[in-house]
Design a protein around this ligand. Structure first.
Ligand SMILES: Cc1cc2nc3c(=O)[nH]c(=O)nc-3n(C[C@H](O)[C@H](O)[C@H](O)COP(=O)(O)OP(=O)(O)OC[C@H]3O[C@@H](n4cnc5c(N)ncnc54)[C@H](O)[C@@H]3O)c2cc1C
Length: 246
């Protein structure tokens, strides 16, 4: 999003930092099942690398804007921009990604669930950079659910939902685009219906707010959120059933 903003003249930074020369910045590495994404790993890298976590590959394949966006847009950039409508943040939260952050005081780590603070805000200080993202081995599971609801093929999503199995066998559902920051709802694997009350409660308890922009108001997003979550959940449950079928 930096390039369109520079082109429109809506921002005029004094300094631009190019992270390409950070060692390993454009690399995706796997070790003992876990995956590390350098700060410059793009959507195209995920699409082309068969070892990339299946959920992240799936989301990367659906990013709109054409090859230029997929070649240039990075997973770290999407996280740092923290646009509520961006698709990767829910996947990073559902995966339990750890954000590796570097700044003048050294390096530190932050869980994805804490990293996203609100609409267009993160826990990054102005003088810090996100240098890598660590994804646990569980992210490599072929069992996932993802749903995005948008007005047209090329528009930003109104609601997104990601579903993954968590380490303790429960299912993590993460809502995005309809809320200011990703909201997690943990449910048992056999659950068949979600309620609006459960979603409202999770939004409130996790310090998020319903999100409105020119695409949809809060009331509409709130109604659509349950549809996105239900579809992502059904998709995950379907994959689990298929895998377990003899
Ligand atoms: C036409 C178009 C269509 C798009 N469609 C979709 C879509 O369908 N789904 C979707 O999810 N997204 C979509 N996007 C967003 C896009 O996918 C990018 O992910 C997102 O804009 C980030 O791009 P970038 O990596 O170039 O980051 P940049 O634009 O370079 O950076 C974004 C912000 O984060 C900061 N930043 C970037 N990297 C770091 C870092 N490592 N450390 C600290 N700060 C950093 C920058 O300074 C800047 O403020 C679209 C964008 C466009 C222009």
């Amino acid at each position: 999003m930096l390039i369109p903003q520079l082109t429109r003249g809506t921002i005029a930074p004094d300094v631009l930092v190019d992270l390409h020369r950070l060692p390993g910045a454009a690399r995706l590495r796997t070790s003992a099942g876990a995956t590390t994404l350098g700060a410059m790993v793009s959507y195209t890298t995920l699409i082309r690398d068969p070892t990339a976590p299946p959920l992240l590959r799936h989301i990367a394949q659906g990013i709109t804007g054409g090859p230029q966006i997929r070649n240039q847009g990075t997973i770290a950039g999407s996280a740092c921009y923290a646009n509520p409508a961006s698709e990767m943040p829910t996947a990073l939260v559902a995966s339990g990604a750890i954000m590796r952050i570097a700044g003048p005081a050294g390096t530190r780590s932050c869980g994805a669930a804490d990293f996203f603070d609100g609409a267009f805000t993160t826990r990054l200080a102005p003088n810090e950079a996100l240098v890598a993202l660590d994804l646990p081995a569980s992210t490599n599971s072929p069992d996932y659910g993802y749903c995005k609801i948008k007005r047209s093929e090329s528009s930003w999503p109104i609601a997104t939902a990601t579903a993954l199995t968590s380490g303790n066998g429960m299912l993590n559902l993460v809502l995005g685009a309809a809320v200011t920051r990703p909201v997690t709802i943990t449910v048992p694997p056999e659950i068949s219906t979600l309620t609006v009350a459960t979603i409202d409660q999770a939004v409130e308890h996790q310090g998020a707010e319903w999100w409105a922009d020119e695409l949809a108001d809060i009331g509409y997003r709130r109604r659509v959120a349950i549809v996105a979550l239900t579809r992502a959940l059904a998709s995950l449950q379907e994959r689990i059933v298929k895998r377990d079928r003899p």
